[in-house]
Design a protein around this ligand. Structure first.
Ligand code: NAD
Length: 504
């Protein structure tokens, strides 16, 4: 049920007015009593959010099943439990995060002063969520917003409508509606919201809309966090155990039917590893999802007909009789043959011998298609020549880094490297860039609250999770309280300076 567009300016200014009237973190200030900025209130609201998920876990899982065919266990491990961890981390650390950071060692002329950094709230944060993890992506930024003492307007993705509706129903029952409001709707409602002034916009979704968000934010000079996507490469070195590697890649790629921002998008591996890797992935798919993944309660569906069509059209050329497999690759697992439009089912698919000019290597796939791009067992000269220290670099790593830099020109959200050769891995990290890295696993780098989660370049700006989210939605406010004790030293800064120089 969309929120009426003409109510949005009033809604945002009401939340702002409420927030402005509330007391500060220490509970002091001009106020109507404790509110979004008071420390005790922040903690109480975070506990309420935890209670919401506890009380309604089955309804949340039911909504995720309806929108994305997620089972209860999957709903727990990929959304609900992660949110709980975020809340628990904020609750246990908030006292220390909020406290002023004392600063010393500023130099002789400040030696008798008190210097500190306050962590002030920003104001009203707009959270725009995405559909693929619709519960987590609407609420994890909200945890950071509450922890940092902000008010928030939450706009869940309209493409997961059951979850969006559930959030609109439950949030007002658990959180204080003076400061936290849910707005539902699609492009017209988001467009209307973006015309309003916020103190921060936290957007998760694709880069094209990210540009729209940033353009709208520029009008009010509002800072933004953009959590975007990209083609996250997975580089497999010949030092690894292929079966274990295949298991982890299969898990990350087909989780939520590939609709995960940090899913391994494609694999780069030495040609000699391709065949054993494909065989091991095939075996793992059968173990995870059975002989027919369509019957598996653990295998997801494509979110909309439009995305089903987008993915089908990527695979269609591989079915064409005149398809040139030598240039573009060929389907070795899954493919369109067993896809089902009516239920938006696309089987776990692997395309081998993919070349860099393939249609599969253009945009983020965001679906259950895994291209494997074989690279030479021995690095060619052009790849080594890309780096001043490329001559002696590991063959797999130098090719991977050269391809990422020159052919794909990407700064993906994640980079995965499977390798038991730590110096080769280190070399790769030194010569590539990405939002985050996971070595010998996939996706797990975004789980701990102690690591920042965010993109770089085209995969986004700003990071969150744990204290990183608190800092992102706080203002680091410098406070220098001067002592009168060394006032005489200050005389040197007052004019007339010219006169003083002459005297010296
Ligand atoms: P989406 O379609 O749900 O859009 C995200 C939000 O943008 C929604 O709330 C929607 O209402 C709003 N929106 C859509 N069109 C708009 C417009 N024209 N103007 C204003 N607002 C608009 O999600 P999506 O973009 O399809 O999500 C998939 C992308 O998001 C992928 O690229 C994925 O990698 C990325 N993603 C990133 C993260 C992350 O944490 N970095 C997480 C999930 C998804």
């Amino acid at each position: 049920i969309p929120t009426p567009v003409d109510s949005l300016p009033g809604l945002v200014s009401e939340v702002r007015a409420n927030w402005l009237r509330t007391a500060g973190a220490s509970g002091t200030g001009v106020s109507d009593g404790p509110g979004a900025r008071s420390l005790a209130f922040r903690k109480q609201q975070l506990r309420q959010l935890a209670l919401l998920t506890k009380d309604h876990e089955l309804r949340i899982a039911g909504a995720l099943a309806r929108d994305l065919h997620k089972g209860l266990h999957q709903a727990r491990i990929t959304e609900i439990n992660i949110l709980h961890t975020e809340i628990a981390d904020a609750l246990s650390n908030l006292d220390s995060w909020v406290g002023d950071t004392k600063v010393s060692g500023l130099g002789l002329q400040f030696m008798s002063d008190a210097a500190a950094i306050r962590h002030d709230p920003l104001g009203v944060v707009l959270v725009i969520g995405a559909w693929n993890y619709p519960f987590l992506l609407a609420l994890a930024p909200l945890v950071a917003a509450i922890a940092a003492g902000n008010a928030a307007v939450i706009k869940p993705s309209e493409m997961a409508p059951t979850v969006a509706q559930l959030l609109a129903e439950l949030i007002p029952q658990y959180l204080d509606p003076r400061y936290y409001r849910v707005v539902n709707g699609a492009v017209p409602e988001t467009t209307a919201l973006l015309k309003e002034q916020f103190d921060h916009i936290f957007y998760t979704g694709n880069g094209a809309v990210g540009q729209i968000v940033m353009t709208a934010a520029a009008k009010h000079l509002t800072p933004v966090t953009l959590e975007l996507g990209g083609k996250s490469p997975t580089i497999v070195h010949d030092s690894v155990d292929i079966n274990e590697t295949a298991k982890l890649i299969t898990f990350g790629k087909y989780l939520n039917a590939g609709q995960t921002c940090v899913a391994p998008d494609y694999v780069l591996c030495p040609r000699k590893l391709q065949e054993p890797l494909v065989a091991a992935i095939q075996e793992t798919i059968a173990k995870f999802y059975g002989a027919d993944p369509q019957q598996s309660p653990d295998y997801g569906r494509i979110v909309t007909d439009r995305h089903f069509e987008r993915l089908s059209s990527l695979l269609r050329p591989f079915d064409a009789p005149d398809h040139d497999a030598k240039i573009h690759g060929h389907v070795v697992i899954g493919g369109l043959k067993t896809a089902d439009r009516a239920t938006r089912y696309i089987p776990p698919t692997v395309v081998a011998d993919v070349t860099l000019d393939s249609v599969l290597m253009r945009d983020e796939l965001f679906g259950p298609i895994l291209p494997i791009v074989p690279i030479d067992d021995n690095a060619p000269e052009w790849a080594r020549a890309c780096f001043s220290d490329g001559a002696r670099a590991d063959s797999t790593m130098v090719q991977a880094a050269a391809i990422l830099r020159t052919k794909l020109r990407e700064s993906p959200l994640a980079l995965y490297v499977f390798s038991r050769n730590s110096s080769a891995t280190q070399w790769l990290l030194d010569h590539t860039r990405s939002g985050g890295v996971c070595v010998n696993d996939v996706i797990m780098h975004m789980v701990p609250c102690g690591l920042p989660f965010g993109g770089v370049g085209g995969s986004g700006m700003g990071a969150y999770h744990g204290k990183f989210g608190f800092d992102r939605l706080s203002h680091q406010r410098a406070v220098l309280a001067r002592s009168p004790r060394l006032a005489f030293v200050q005389q040197i800064r007052y004019p007339p300076w010219h006169d003083r120089i002459l005297k010296i």
